[in-house]
Write a protein that binds this ligand. Structure first.
Ligand SMILES: Nc1ncnc2c1ncn2[C@@H]1O[C@H](COP(=O)(O)OP(=O)(O)OP(=O)(O)O)[C@@H](O)[C@H]1O
Ligand SMILES: [Mg+2]
Length: 296
């Protein structure tokens, strides 16, 4: 549905994006993660056909987004990272302006979205808070029910309740077969919505991973409190497990996948308490940033 091929752009200062390639299938939600300045927005601007690549191409449904921009725009919904609104407009006049540009005929969906995100459309945009402006941008990206929706940090500025409303909207559209690409710094949001995610750093894609695969990389840290300190000592000597921390009868054991061995070894003793901590998806990603960074 969306194919990015060997996309490269070098800015005069040497920064940019380099040989970025990935593709997003119809109905898939694809996440785009990376630290500040990694090249997420630059890639997205190329996908939208707003920038001419030095090399490579982007196609949506087989149409080149740079050379056939006029046709492709009809299939796309877009929420920019920083929205430039036109002076003097209210939320409603901006949305109606965008609707006209899209040749939109049905306004029921627009009304419904305004209602869901709960904001006063009569307020001049200039007087809106950051979160309110973001809501206007989200409605503009979704209201014409495009086949592909490109979102650059969609929940920045939204409160937790509205982030939930947004996530539900994405899942609902996904169920209808809409294709998504979204950049984000929010790991829970990516985990809730995405099938796959790419990690970009210094303009280069480090990896593209299935979300389930990333979740299986999450380490669990078990904190076992033995009834007797003597048992803890035997456990440490004989279990063959990696032990991270020892304090009398309390022992911490990191486990990734090999649960059977952990259970077999602990079941030999009387256990007073068992706590478990799950490594966050964010930590898994951070490992990626660091590891690849160190390799360069
Ligand atoms: N028009 C431009 N001219 C010159 N340099 C640019 C331009 N646009 C982006 N850059 C540079 O390219 C790099 C990538 O920027 P980009 O905005 O794509 O990052 P990002 O991943 O979206 O970051 P953030 O998470 O902060 O939004 C940065 O070093 C930025 O300074
Ligand atoms: Mg950006």
């Amino acid at each position: 549905m969306l194919t990015v091929e060997q996309l490269s752009k070098t800015f005069p200062n040497g920064k940019g994006i380099f040989n970025v390639s990935f593709s997003v299938k119809k109905g898939e939600v694809f996440g785009f993660l990376g630290p500040n300045g990694a090249g997420k927005s630059t890639t997205i601007r190329h996908i939208m056909g707003f920038m001419k690549p030095d090399k490579g191409s982007v196609t949506v449904s087989g149409l080149n987004t740079w050379t056939q921009q006029g046709i492709v725009q009809k299939y796309l919904g877009y929420l920019p990272g920083e929205i430039a609104f036109i002076e003097g407009m209210t939320g409603k006049s901006f949305l109606d302006f965008m609707a006209e540009m899209q040749g939109m005929k049905q306004f029921a969906r627009q009304d419904e979205l305004i209602d869901r995100f709960q904001f006063d459309v009569k307020t001049p945009i200039r007087k809106m808070s950051k979160g309110m402006k973001q809501k206007v941008g989200i409605v503009a990206a979704f209201m014409h029910q495009p086949e592909v929706i490109i979102l650059d940090e969609p929940t920045s500025g939204l409160d937790p309740l509205m982030q939930k409303v947004f996530i539900n909207l994405v899942l609902e559209e996904k169920a209808r077969g809409t294709t998504f690409l979204m950049s984000s710094h929010s790991f829970p949001e990516i985990e809730r919505t995405c099938d796959r995610a790419a990690i970009i750093k210094d303009g280069v894609i480090l990896t593209v991973k299935d979300i389930h695969e990333l979740q299986s990389m999450q380490r669990k840290l078990f904190e076992v409190t033995f009834e007797r300190a003597a048992d803890a000592e035997v456990f440490i000597r004989t279990s063959g497990l990696v032990i991270e921390f020892i304090d009398g009868n309390r022992v911490r054991v990191p486990v990734q996948g090999e649960y059977a061995q952990f259970l077999a070894e602990t079941s030999k003793y009387a256990i007073r308490n068992l706590d478990v901590f799950t490594q966050s998806l964010e930590d898994v990603f951070m490992n990626y940033y660091d590891r690849k960074g160190a390799l360069q």
